[in-house]
Design a protein. Structure first.
Length: 387
């Protein structure tokens, strides 16, 4: 599995992200997006002794930073359609601008269908940053994108609406449900463009994933920070032969429902993203026999499953925490045995290989051959050893 890990301890902006991706290996020539009135520049500079790529967008006619006039969201989408980038990259760009537009509408109280001008990210250089960032993601096509917790900075920032608190209102909207903090730096470290990128691409948040670091890239910010280099670090990580990741464990205790009434809840949990659901018999307060319900799931389904538990059972609360799991890398292959075709689950963990026939297929072969299922299972176990 190929993972991109972004260390946002100095925040994140569009130009920092593009610079880091270039340093990580994106060929600069693929960022030729076909906009006639802009030119782009990459430069390797030092930030407190750390070499990083500074990415900039300029107006071709003046060789100054691109104009900061504001564009309507529909006009921006037309600009994206006119570029020569792939359809998959265009979709990423559309997704970024759509979440920015949603945040701006909330902040300004602009209903959908009414004209919306994007202020801080409606300038041509921000538009180019987002399109180039979309190309970078499309180039790597990672299986997963993980972000550290995001440093927003604090203080104030001067923008189109005057002097505002950091993070700016649109940035706050974009960062909802994302783990953030400020280390006290009196600057805007995370911009709306950076926040929108996180919003549409993050699969997980947290520390460095388990795996092999293949390459590291550094993108330089425009400002100088007092205590550390103003850089965004991006790592390309390949998971090891074992699969290790973080999932969530959700639990609740129930002493006033029957097994019969709990069964439909199990089905609904599995249908809505649970990796596993199981129940343990326990003795609760007042010596009442009860059930401990445990649900395992990925981050994207956690809130949905918690709501199902709260709605479909008698409990008044749930507990959840992040747990690490290490498991076999798995695949399913068909195997033609002496009794017929059966699916085989194959798992690899370092030097350990397991091959297990699907029990449902063994049941079918037992019925077809009029043989007890345990004999079918044992026979196929012996045969798949040599597949």
């Amino acid at each position: 599995m190929k993972i991109l890990y972004l260390d946002c301890s100095s925040g994140i902006s569009g130009d920092m992200a593009v610079g880091a991706m270039i340093d990580l290996g994106v060929p600069f020539d693929i960022l030729n997006i076909g906009l006639e009135n802009i030119e782009m520049k990459q430069e390797r500079i030092s930030k407190k002794g750390i070499l990083a790529v500074k990415f900039d967008v300029f107006d071709k006619s003046t060789h100054q930073h691109a104009d900061h006039s504001h564009h309507h969201i529909e006009d921006i989408k037309k600009v994206i359609l006119q570029t020569n980038i792939s359809d998959s990259a265009k979709k990423i760009a559309f997704d970024i601008f759509n979440v920015i537009a949603d945040a701006e509408r909330i902040v300004h109280g602009t209903p959908k269908g009414k004209p919306l001008h994007l202020h801080e990210v409606g300038a041509l250089d921000s538009i180019a940053d987002i399109i180039c960032l979309s190309l970078c993601l499309d180039y790597f096509k990672p299986d997963k994108i993980v972000f550290s917790h995001v440093n927003t900075g604090e203080g104030t920032v001067k923008c189109a609406h005057g002097i505002l608190a950091v993070p700016a209102p649109a940035t706050v909207e974009l960062l909802k449900n994302i783990p953030v903090y400020s280390d006290g730096t009196k600057l805007e470290l995370t911009t709306p463009t950076g926040a929108a990128f996180i919003k549409i691409s993050a699969d997980e948040f947290g520390g460095l994933p388990l795996g092999k670091i293949v390459k590291t890239g550094y993108g330089a910010g425009s400002r100088e920070l007092d205590t550390r280099p103003n850089i965004l670090r991006v790592m390309l990580i390949e998971t090891l032969e074992t699969e290790s990741d973080f999932i969530y464990q959700i639990e609740t205790q129930i002493d006033d429902m029957t097994a019969e009434t709990l069964a439909p809840v199990f089905k609904k949990l599995f249908k809505n993203g649970a990796l596993d659901v199981y129940v343990t018999q326990i003795l609760m307060k007042k010596q009442r026999p009860g059930f401990l319900i445990t649900v395992l799931t990925n981050q994207e389904y956690k809130s949905r499953l918690e709501k199902i538990i709260l709605n479909e059972t008698t409990t008044f609360g749930v507990r959840s925490w992040e747990v690490n799991r290490t498991c076999f890398v798995r695949k399913i292959e068909k195997f033609t045995s002496s009794l017929g075709t059966v699916r085989v689950k194959i798992g690899v963990f370092e030097d350990i290989i397991k091959k297990i026939p699907e029990f449902d297929d063994c049941m079918l072969l037992a019925k077809k051959n009029n043989i007890p299922v345990y004999k079918v299972y044992n026979k196929i176990i012996g045969e798949i050893e040599y597949m």
